[in-house]
Design a binder for this molecule. Sequence first.
Ligand SMILES: NC(=O)c1ccc[n+]([C@@H]2O[C@H](COP(=O)([O-])OP(=O)(O)OC[C@H]3O[C@@H](n4cnc5c(N)ncnc54)[C@H](O)[C@@H]3O)[C@@H](O)[C@H]2O)c1
Length: 323
Amino acid sequence: MVKIFITGGAGYVGSALVPRLLEKGYDVVVYDWYIYGNVLSSHPRLTEIKGDIRDREKLIQSVKGCDILIHLACISNDPSYELDPDLGKSINHDGFYNVLDAARENNVRRFIYASSSSVYGVKSEPNVIETASLEPLTDYSTFKAECERILQDAKTDMEWVIVRPATICGYAPRLRLDLSVNILTIHALIHKKIKIFGGDQLRPNINMNDMVRVYELLIEAPSEKINHQIFNAGYQNLSIQKIAELVKSVINDPSIQFEVTPTNDHRSYHINSDKVKKVLGFETKYTVEDAIRSLVDAYNHGLIVDGMNNPLYYNIKTMQKLI
Ligand SMILES: NC(=O)c1ccc[n+]([C@@H]2O[C@H](COP(=O)([O-])OP(=O)(O)OC[C@H]3O[C@@H](n4cnc5c(N)ncnc54)[C@H](O)[C@@H]3O)[C@@H](O)[C@H]2O)c1
């Protein structure tokens, strides 16, 4: 039985990934600080450990017996990071060494690192592939890039693979409403108004269901296909204006208005994800429209409570309370 250790497994991605891995028969250990509470349901093959990746000894003890480690734990957006850069660095950078050492000391077979497509910064070329130079613009992205380098330089026989996800969208039990598609959707649902700053800037997106499928592939692919590789994981590169139009058409409410505000922030991100398709045979199955639909369904079923104000949906609001 393969045992998978997931740092940050109670977060947005983890709350969708963990149930899927349990359903597939894996043993799963979640190691999380539970900043945003715990939405994971108990399961006979799930072990949950409340811990901080900065607690090196506890982490090393906890990884014992695990075959694969997925490192998701992170202060996972720019504003939350900037709230307390020392705390951010201690987790996103210094904590990475602990996770790496815990994997090595316990002879973990495969280390999967969740980096981010934000490591590229802003590029003018339309197809940003994995070999493009890294020009991160914020501390959050800088340390994502730095941890990639630490992993690449690590002296180890352990298999490792890096994934650079686009912005994820769609419903998950630990919901984040501070991500582009999700923000526009909740505003349209609650305020019947979508505020668009600029509108032409491109954003790369990936539906949560596809993101989970990418992690499944990274767990299951043979070593020769993934070892020492980096994969972008994105699907639709869409302008903010286009996302807003999709939100309006999925909700199908003509009263929804757009409020366009000019902006000086013309940062435009787009990534190419041909490699994950070519090497691992990954085909996306879910669209941004599907993600919007999943949020609308969740909202209509009362699964999103106080969507504009609930700190649990907004990393920055919870971090403000924590610090
Ligand atoms: N969500 C996205 O759109 C996206 C895009 C690109 C990359 N990523 C990366 O994927 C990973 C998961 O993202 P997410 O959206 O699920 O983030 P999230 O903020 O929802 O989850 C992060 C989890 O890490 C935990 N955590 C934070 N600090 C910790 C610590 N010191 N010790 C133990 N646990 C700690 C939190 O409690 C939380 O459960 C992150 O590394 C993120 O940078 C996410």
